[in-house]
Write a protein that binds this ligand. Structure first.
Ligand code: AMP
Length: 409
């Protein structure tokens, strides 16, 4: 009988944590923190990772991927050995901190010792944590290299190394650091790679540093399409701010992230909006903002104090806040994969309501819109705003594709 991928997904959704092969103590902890059933990526990834084989999981933030890789990794830790046995590399400080917090929640208690190794934080505390017997380390490649060089981080006893959001780490230019770190790991180890997308550079990295990896490919496009209502709207460059105000008035988002392509664009929009709306509930976040300020913004966002966050891709994509109801692509993303990442900030596992994503497209950007639609294999419907119709019908971006068949590029 032919294999039906549709059924596979349903079977995965039916799985219980008990069926995945996790230890009784882990199951007890999951119950304690209120995880009732595994997410699809957890159902698919955990049993494979528990075999000790190298695995590649295609999943984005918000799908429960942290528990998917961390539960099998933490189960391998020998609690009586006060040495680093698990190392997780993540692209940004924010994501590392989220993985750190989620991992501590999953481990429960303080038997298992963790250390954070991210830049922008005092290195002294990180050194203390390492020297006092950290068993799982989570960090960004730059600081990890620094700690390795200073010989506070020793990887002799390492059992599992995780590359989280591998695609983004390579985009940011961490390849040399990652390669150095992987070369410092023992040959006999398990490597887990998580990535929202699998472009050739990620495949190359996997080929070089992983041994016969098992692929766990849970179609994330499907996840994006299923849980998020996505639209596009055409607009002239100089009317974007006016349109944004209209969209916000119409949608009344609980919390929204507005993505811009550049840091300057984010700052300029922030300035315009702060003046206009006289609100302290708006903030901008990008790579030039000092770490202390970035932390403050994320904290306020999580607390629900910030309602509108203007962000660039690098920083924005790591944000895991369950209340985000809307993503507005003020600037259409430069790369299709960034679209998937941006839109993944909403429609999250932990939020009950569906999210909405609205992409602003100028007349010249019809081709870019088509590329995104090909990437997600969906034709986006047009979003309508009163007062913008006349303009819209005049300036419709030219799109070449109406519908995509399966297997099409
Ligand atoms: P992640 O994709 O790892 O960033 O996880 C997204 C959010 O879902 C986090 O807030 C997790 O704490 C939560 N989460 C992950 N797995 C489960 C689960 N099986 N049940 C309930 N919540 C979960």
């Amino acid at each position: 009988m032919a294999h039906d991928p549709g059924n596979t997904l349903e079977v995965l959704l039916e799985t219980t944590f008990e069926q995945l092969g996790l230890k009784a103590s882990t199951l007890k902890q999951l119950q304690k923190i209120g995880y009732e059933k595994p997410s699809p990526i957890q159902s698919a990834f955990i049993p494979v990772a528990l075999t000790g084989k190298d695995c590649i999981g295609q999943a984005r933030t918000g799908t429960g991927k942290t528990a998917a890789f961390m539960l099998p990794a933490l189960e391998r830790v020998d609690l009586s050995l006060p040495k680093v046995q698990v190392l997780v590399l993540a692209p940004t400080r924010e994501l590392s901190e989220q993985v750190y917090a989620e991992s501590r929640k999953l481990a429960g208690g303080d038997k298992l010792k963790f250390a954070l190794a991210t830049g922008g934080r005092p290195i002294g505390k990180q050194i203390d944590d390492l020297e006092s017997g950290a068993q799982a380390v989570i960090g960004t490649p730059g600081r990890v290299i620094d700690l390795l060089r200073r010989q506070h981080l020793k990887l002799r006893n390492l059992m599992v190394v995780v590359l989280d959001e591998a695609d983004r780490m390579l985009d940011i230019g961490f390849r040399p650091d990652i390669e150095r770190i992987l070369k410092s790991c023992p040959e006999e180890r398990q490597t887990l790679l998580l990535s929202a997308t699998l472009p050739p550079p990620v495949e190359k990295l996997a080929q070089k540093f992983m041994s016969s990896p098992q692929m766990v490919d849970l179609s994330e496009d499907r996840v994006v399409v299923d849980t998020i209502e996505q639209y596009y709207i055409t607009v002239d460059e100089d009317r974007k701010t006016a349109l944004l105000l209209r969209v916000l008035a119409k949608e009344k988002p609980g919390q929204a992230i507005v993505f811009t392509r550049t840091k300057r664009g984010a700052d300029a929009l922030h300035l315009k909006f702060s003046k206009r709306l006289k609100s302290d509930r708006i903030a901008a976040i990008h790579g030039d903002l000092p770490q202390r300020k970035r932390d403050k913004v994320i904290k306020s966002l999580r607390a629900g104090e910030i309602r509108l966050l203007i962000a660039t891709d690098v920083v924005g994509r790591g944000i895991d806040v369950s209340g985000i109801s809307h993503i507005i692509n003020f600037d259409i993303p430069e790369y299709c994969d960034d679209y998937v990442h941006r839109v993944g900030r909403t429609g999250r596992l932990s939020s009950a309501e569906n999210g909405r994503a609205i992409t602003f497209v100028t007349l010249q950007q019809g081709g870019e819109l088509t590329n995104i639609e090909k990437r997600i294999n969906t034709v986006l419907p047009e979003y309508k705003v009163e007062g913008f119709e006349a303009f819209r019908s005049r300036n419709r971006p030219t799109r070449t594709i109406k519908k995509f068949g399966q297997g099409e590029e």
